[in-house]
Design a protein around this ligand. Structure first.
Ligand code: F6R
Length: 259
Protein backbone atom coordinates (compact mmCIF):
# COMPACT_ATOMS: atom_id res chain seq x y z
CA UNK A 1 0.00 0.00 0.00
CA UNK A 2 1.00 3.60 -0.36
CA UNK A 3 2.31 5.57 2.59
CA UNK A 4 -0.28 8.27 3.28
CA UNK A 5 0.78 11.49 5.00
CA UNK A 6 -1.97 13.88 6.02
CA UNK A 7 -0.69 17.41 6.54
CA UNK A 8 -2.35 20.63 7.64
CA UNK A 9 -2.23 22.41 4.32
CA UNK A 10 -0.54 22.62 0.94
CA UNK A 11 2.28 24.76 2.28
CA UNK A 12 3.24 22.12 4.85
CA UNK A 13 3.08 19.48 2.12
CA UNK A 14 5.37 21.60 -0.03
CA UNK A 15 7.93 21.91 2.72
CA UNK A 16 7.76 18.21 3.52
CA UNK A 17 8.30 17.11 -0.07
CA UNK A 18 10.94 19.81 -0.66
CA UNK A 19 12.95 18.22 2.20
CA UNK A 20 12.89 14.90 0.37
CA UNK A 21 13.93 16.46 -2.94
CA UNK A 22 16.75 18.43 -1.32
CA UNK A 23 18.00 15.33 0.55
CA UNK A 24 17.94 13.39 -2.71
CA UNK A 25 19.92 16.05 -4.58
CA UNK A 26 22.48 16.34 -1.76
CA UNK A 27 23.04 12.58 -1.99
CA UNK A 28 22.93 12.55 -5.79
CA UNK A 29 23.60 15.96 -7.40
CA UNK A 30 22.59 14.66 -10.84
CA UNK A 31 19.30 13.17 -9.57
CA UNK A 32 16.49 12.71 -12.08
CA UNK A 33 13.17 14.29 -11.09
CA UNK A 34 9.79 13.61 -12.66
CA UNK A 35 8.02 16.96 -12.87
CA UNK A 36 4.24 17.36 -12.71
CA UNK A 37 2.47 20.53 -13.80
CA UNK A 38 -0.91 21.85 -12.61
CA UNK A 39 -1.63 23.34 -9.19
CA UNK A 40 -0.73 20.47 -6.86
CA UNK A 41 3.09 20.49 -7.16
CA UNK A 42 3.40 24.29 -6.96
CA UNK A 43 3.88 24.36 -3.15
CA UNK A 44 6.80 21.94 -3.60
CA UNK A 45 8.44 24.11 -6.28
CA UNK A 46 7.82 27.21 -4.12
CA UNK A 47 9.40 25.57 -1.07
CA UNK A 48 12.44 24.37 -3.03
CA UNK A 49 12.74 27.85 -4.56
CA UNK A 50 12.76 29.45 -1.09
CA UNK A 51 15.65 27.13 -0.15
CA UNK A 52 17.48 27.30 -3.47
CA UNK A 53 20.63 28.63 -1.77
CA UNK A 54 20.93 25.39 0.25
CA UNK A 55 21.58 23.07 -2.64
CA UNK A 56 22.95 23.25 -6.19
CA UNK A 57 20.26 22.10 -8.58
CA UNK A 58 22.17 22.87 -11.77
CA UNK A 59 23.08 19.21 -12.40
CA UNK A 60 19.60 17.85 -11.72
CA UNK A 61 17.73 16.33 -14.66
CA UNK A 62 13.99 16.75 -15.09
CA UNK A 63 11.36 14.95 -17.14
CA UNK A 64 7.88 16.47 -17.33
CA UNK A 65 4.96 14.09 -17.06
CA UNK A 66 3.05 15.32 -20.06
CA UNK A 67 2.34 17.94 -22.70
CA UNK A 68 -0.66 19.08 -24.71
CA UNK A 69 -0.67 18.07 -28.35
CA UNK A 70 -0.93 20.74 -31.02
CA UNK A 71 -0.50 23.99 -29.08
CA UNK A 72 1.49 26.60 -30.99
CA UNK A 73 5.20 26.68 -30.09
CA UNK A 74 5.73 28.88 -27.02
CA UNK A 75 2.02 28.93 -26.00
CA UNK A 76 2.00 30.12 -22.39
CA UNK A 77 -0.16 27.17 -21.28
CA UNK A 78 2.03 24.57 -22.96
CA UNK A 79 3.69 22.45 -20.33
CA UNK A 80 7.07 23.31 -21.85
CA UNK A 81 6.41 27.00 -21.09
CA UNK A 82 4.86 26.18 -17.71
CA UNK A 83 7.79 24.03 -16.58
CA UNK A 84 10.24 26.71 -17.71
CA UNK A 85 8.35 29.44 -15.83
CA UNK A 86 7.47 27.52 -12.66
CA UNK A 87 10.40 25.16 -12.26
CA UNK A 88 13.47 25.71 -14.44
CA UNK A 89 13.89 29.47 -13.86
CA UNK A 90 12.96 29.77 -10.16
CA UNK A 91 14.89 26.65 -9.13
CA UNK A 92 17.93 27.36 -11.28
CA UNK A 93 17.79 24.11 -13.26
CA UNK A 94 19.87 23.91 -16.43
CA UNK A 95 17.40 24.24 -19.35
CA UNK A 96 19.17 21.59 -21.44
CA UNK A 97 18.68 19.07 -18.60
CA UNK A 98 14.90 19.46 -18.55
CA UNK A 99 12.78 17.46 -20.97
CA UNK A 100 9.12 17.76 -21.91
CA UNK A 101 7.37 15.33 -24.28
CA UNK A 102 7.14 16.84 -27.74
CA UNK A 103 3.54 17.85 -28.46
CA UNK A 104 4.12 18.86 -32.08
CA UNK A 105 1.75 17.04 -34.40
CA UNK A 106 4.59 16.27 -36.82
CA UNK A 107 6.53 13.41 -35.28
CA UNK A 108 3.90 12.64 -32.64
CA UNK A 109 3.88 8.96 -33.59
CA UNK A 110 7.44 8.39 -32.45
CA UNK A 111 7.61 11.03 -29.69
CA UNK A 112 6.41 8.68 -26.93
CA UNK A 113 8.96 6.00 -27.60
CA UNK A 114 11.71 8.60 -27.89
CA UNK A 115 10.72 10.05 -24.52
CA UNK A 116 10.80 6.67 -22.74
CA UNK A 117 14.20 6.01 -24.32
CA UNK A 118 15.49 9.37 -23.06
CA UNK A 119 14.26 8.60 -19.52
CA UNK A 120 15.99 5.22 -19.58
CA UNK A 121 19.19 6.79 -20.97
CA UNK A 122 19.22 9.23 -18.04
CA UNK A 123 19.17 6.25 -15.67
CA UNK A 124 15.44 6.38 -14.86
CA UNK A 125 13.52 8.76 -12.63
CA UNK A 126 14.53 8.91 -8.96
CA UNK A 127 11.53 10.83 -7.63
CA UNK A 128 8.34 11.36 -9.62
CA UNK A 129 5.96 14.09 -8.49
CA UNK A 130 2.32 13.42 -9.34
CA UNK A 131 -1.00 15.19 -9.00
CA UNK A 132 -4.30 13.39 -9.42
CA UNK A 133 -7.25 14.35 -11.61
CA UNK A 134 -10.78 14.41 -10.22
CA UNK A 135 -11.37 11.47 -12.58
CA UNK A 136 -8.48 9.56 -11.03
CA UNK A 137 -5.92 10.20 -13.77
CA UNK A 138 -2.17 10.45 -13.17
CA UNK A 139 -0.23 12.21 -15.87
CA UNK A 140 -2.90 12.33 -18.53
CA UNK A 141 -3.59 8.62 -18.25
CA UNK A 142 -7.34 8.84 -18.30
CA UNK A 143 -9.66 6.08 -16.99
CA UNK A 144 -9.15 2.87 -18.95
CA UNK A 145 -5.40 3.39 -19.40
CA UNK A 146 -3.33 0.22 -19.22
CA UNK A 147 -1.14 -0.12 -16.15
CA UNK A 148 1.62 -1.18 -18.57
CA UNK A 149 1.22 1.80 -20.89
CA UNK A 150 4.30 3.58 -22.32
CA UNK A 151 4.47 7.30 -23.08
CA UNK A 152 1.88 7.94 -25.80
CA UNK A 153 -0.91 10.18 -27.01
CA UNK A 154 -4.15 10.16 -24.97
CA UNK A 155 -7.42 11.93 -25.64
CA UNK A 156 -8.44 14.01 -22.61
CA UNK A 157 -11.81 13.38 -20.96
CA UNK A 158 -14.40 16.13 -21.00
CA UNK A 159 -14.01 16.34 -17.22
CA UNK A 160 -10.25 16.94 -17.49
CA UNK A 161 -10.81 19.60 -20.14
CA UNK A 162 -13.39 21.28 -17.88
CA UNK A 163 -11.03 21.06 -14.88
CA UNK A 164 -8.19 22.60 -16.93
CA UNK A 165 -10.35 25.32 -18.51
CA UNK A 166 -9.27 27.57 -15.62
CA UNK A 167 -5.90 27.87 -17.35
CA UNK A 168 -7.40 28.57 -20.79
CA UNK A 169 -10.55 30.59 -20.17
CA UNK A 170 -12.93 28.04 -21.71
CA UNK A 171 -13.05 24.24 -21.96
CA UNK A 172 -13.24 24.48 -25.77
CA UNK A 173 -9.80 26.07 -25.81
CA UNK A 174 -8.21 23.19 -23.90
CA UNK A 175 -6.50 20.87 -26.40
CA UNK A 176 -8.28 17.56 -26.97
CA UNK A 177 -5.14 15.44 -26.83
CA UNK A 178 -2.01 15.13 -24.74
CA UNK A 179 1.18 13.13 -24.83
CA UNK A 180 1.76 11.60 -21.41
CA UNK A 181 4.18 9.35 -19.62
CA UNK A 182 2.37 6.02 -19.45
CA UNK A 183 1.43 4.30 -16.23
CA UNK A 184 4.13 1.72 -17.00
CA UNK A 185 6.62 4.59 -17.37
CA UNK A 186 5.50 6.19 -14.10
CA UNK A 187 5.72 2.90 -12.20
CA UNK A 188 9.39 2.55 -13.20
CA UNK A 189 10.32 5.67 -11.18
CA UNK A 190 12.07 4.74 -7.94
CA UNK A 191 9.84 6.85 -5.68
CA UNK A 192 6.36 8.20 -6.42
CA UNK A 193 5.10 11.22 -4.51
CA UNK A 194 1.46 12.04 -5.19
CA UNK A 195 0.07 15.36 -3.93
CA UNK A 196 -3.61 16.27 -3.61
CA UNK A 197 -5.38 19.11 -1.86
CA UNK A 198 -9.00 20.08 -1.32
CA UNK A 199 -12.37 18.43 -1.13
CA UNK A 200 -12.62 18.03 -4.92
CA UNK A 201 -9.82 15.42 -4.78
CA UNK A 202 -11.21 13.40 -1.84
CA UNK A 203 -13.05 10.81 -3.95
CA UNK A 204 -10.18 10.27 -6.37
CA UNK A 205 -7.69 9.93 -3.48
CA UNK A 206 -9.88 7.40 -1.62
CA UNK A 207 -10.36 5.33 -4.79
CA UNK A 208 -6.66 5.45 -5.63
CA UNK A 209 -5.42 4.52 -2.17
CA UNK A 210 -8.14 2.23 -0.80
CA UNK A 211 -10.18 1.17 -3.81
CA UNK A 212 -9.56 -1.88 -5.98
CA UNK A 213 -6.76 -1.87 -8.52
CA UNK A 214 -8.56 -0.87 -11.67
CA UNK A 215 -7.76 0.93 -14.88
CA UNK A 216 -10.99 2.87 -14.25
CA UNK A 217 -8.96 4.69 -11.58
CA UNK A 218 -5.51 5.00 -13.16
CA UNK A 219 -4.01 6.35 -9.92
CA UNK A 220 -4.85 3.05 -8.17
CA UNK A 221 -1.75 1.72 -10.02
CA UNK A 222 0.38 3.38 -7.33
CA UNK A 223 -0.67 0.51 -5.03
CA UNK A 224 1.60 -1.69 -7.17
CA UNK A 225 4.64 0.47 -6.43
CA UNK A 226 6.94 -0.47 -3.54
CA UNK A 227 7.62 3.16 -2.68
CA UNK A 228 4.63 5.43 -3.18
CA UNK A 229 3.96 8.32 -0.84
CA UNK A 230 0.68 10.23 -0.90
CA UNK A 231 0.81 13.69 0.70
CA UNK A 232 -2.62 15.26 1.18
CA UNK A 233 -4.42 17.84 3.26
CA UNK A 234 -7.35 17.15 5.60
CA UNK A 235 -9.95 17.98 2.96
CA UNK A 236 -8.50 15.54 0.43
CA UNK A 237 -8.30 12.84 3.13
CA UNK A 238 -11.97 13.12 4.10
CA UNK A 239 -13.21 9.97 2.33
CA UNK A 240 -10.36 7.70 3.43
CA UNK A 241 -11.69 4.86 5.62
CA UNK A 242 -8.30 4.37 7.29
CA UNK A 243 -7.18 7.95 7.92
CA UNK A 244 -6.53 7.25 11.63
CA UNK A 245 -4.35 4.29 10.73
CA UNK A 246 -2.25 6.44 8.38
CA UNK A 247 -1.81 9.02 11.12
CA UNK A 248 -0.71 6.32 13.62
CA UNK A 249 1.62 4.69 11.11
CA UNK A 250 3.21 8.04 10.26
CA UNK A 251 3.62 8.94 13.93
CA UNK A 252 5.35 5.56 14.49
CA UNK A 253 7.65 5.77 11.51
CA UNK A 254 10.40 7.81 10.16
CA UNK A 255 8.84 9.22 7.02
CA UNK A 256 9.38 7.79 3.57
CA UNK A 257 9.45 4.16 4.50
CA UNK A 258 8.76 1.43 2.02
CA UNK A 259 5.48 -0.41 2.42
C1 F6R B 1 -0.05 17.49 -14.79
C2 F6R B 1 -0.71 16.20 -14.78
C3 F6R B 1 -2.08 16.00 -14.23
C4 F6R B 1 -2.35 16.84 -12.98
C5 F6R B 1 -3.78 16.60 -12.51
C6 F6R B 1 -4.11 17.44 -11.29
O1 F6R B 1 1.26 17.37 -15.33
O2 F6R B 1 -0.15 15.27 -15.26
O3 F6R B 1 -2.24 14.64 -13.91
O4 F6R B 1 -1.44 16.49 -11.98
O5 F6R B 1 -4.66 16.91 -13.53
O6 F6R B 1 -4.03 18.79 -11.63
P1 F6R B 1 -4.03 19.92 -10.51
O7 F6R B 1 -2.81 19.70 -9.69
O8 F6R B 1 -3.98 21.20 -11.27
O9 F6R B 1 -5.28 19.73 -9.72
Amino acid sequence: MAEVIIVRDAREAGEFVADAVIDLVRARPSAVLGLATGSSPLPVYDAIGRRAGEVDLSRVHGFALDEYVGLPEGHEQSYRATITREVVVPLGLTPANVHVPCGRVEGIRTAGEEYDTAIAAAGGIDLQLLGIGTDGHIGFNEPGSSFASPTRVKTLTRQTRRDNSRFFGHADEVPRRSITQGIGTILRARHLVLLAFGESKAQAVASAVEGPLTSSVPASAIQLHPRATVVIDEAASRLLANADYYRDAFADSSAWQTR
